[in-house]
Write a protein that binds this ligand. Structure first.
Ligand code: PXP
Length: 247
């Protein structure tokens, strides 16, 4: 069954709007876990616009499920990861001016640097994942790096409103998932996923894990974090909301 990792960044976005202590992303992570989320994801951005260093430490220490740390492929972040020892690091490209991650990592142009980073992180017992667009060249490069997994960027898919374009975007993701699995990579996906568009992605057999944040936190404003995570768990695992947490 596809695993759901809940990204709690935007709980911290709200807190940072006031530079105060609430709402606490750790509390969101604990609620997500209580309802059955398989893991927690945080993105420690270089500009610290939402998650702070102390959040990574506190969340790592307090949660029972695995922590996936998204970060830019830069030395500062590698050192933080080696100190905090999350279950997994996912490397994502970062631009200061972007509102959110805009695309996958250009793995092909930095294979050697990424191999060095991977070796250091894997030696620290941390799984190494690369966030890539559904692009055959980048997936091949990720396999050359020796990554444990890739996370396919579903951002472009999630921006399409309907029609034939959706099927074309899905087909690209399916082909990428098949290619990556054939190369021995574990396959994850994420970005822009909602209760409405996640089912087609969760149905792709090679996709093992999804990272979903914004939609869950947005829903939680109106229905609470527990209900928002339950709804997403039901969508991802294709079960009824009432059966979430029963298995
Ligand atoms: N995966 C990656 C690599 C991301 O950068 C993000 C956003 O931080 C997500 C998944 C989650 O995306 P969303 O918040 O749109 O669900």
């Amino acid at each position: 069954m596809t695993r759901l990792f809940v990204n709690v960044d935007h709980v911290a976005t709200l807190r940072e709007a006031r530079k105060t202590v609430e709402p606490d992303p750790l509390m969101a992570a604990q609620i997500a876990e209580k309802v059955g989320a398989d893991g927690i994801t945080v993105h420690l951005r270089e500009d610290r616009r939402h998650i702070q260093d102390h959040d990574v430490e506190r969340i790592r220490a307090a949660i029972q499920t695995p922590l996936n740390l998204e970060m830019a492929p830069v030395e500062e972040m590698v050192q933080i990861a080696l100190k905090t020892r999350p279950y997994q690091v996912s490397l994502v490209p970062e631009k200061r001016q972007e509102i959110t991650t805009e695309g996958g990592l250009d793995v092909a142009s930095q294979i050697e640097d990424l191999v060095k980073m991977k070796d250091r992180l894997q030696s620290g017992g941390i799984l190494f994942s690369l966030f890539v667009d559904p692009d055959a060249r980048q997936i091949e490069a990720a396999a050359k790096v020796g990554a444990d997994s890739i996370e396919i960027n579903t951002g472009a898919y999630s921006e399409i409103k309907g029609g034939l374009e959706i099927e074309a975007a899905l087909e690209k993701i399916r082909q990428s998932a098949t290619q990556a699995a054939a190369l021995g990579l574990h396959v994850f996906a994420g970005h822009g996923l909602t209760n409405e568009n996640v089912q087609a992605i969760a149905a792709i057999p090679e996709i093992e894990e999804l990272n979903i944040g914004h939609h869950i936190v947005a829903r939680s404003v109106f229905c609470g974090m527990e209900q928002a995570v339950k709804e997403m768990m039901a969508s991802v695992k294709e079960i009824s909301v009432h059966d979430v947490g029963q298995a």
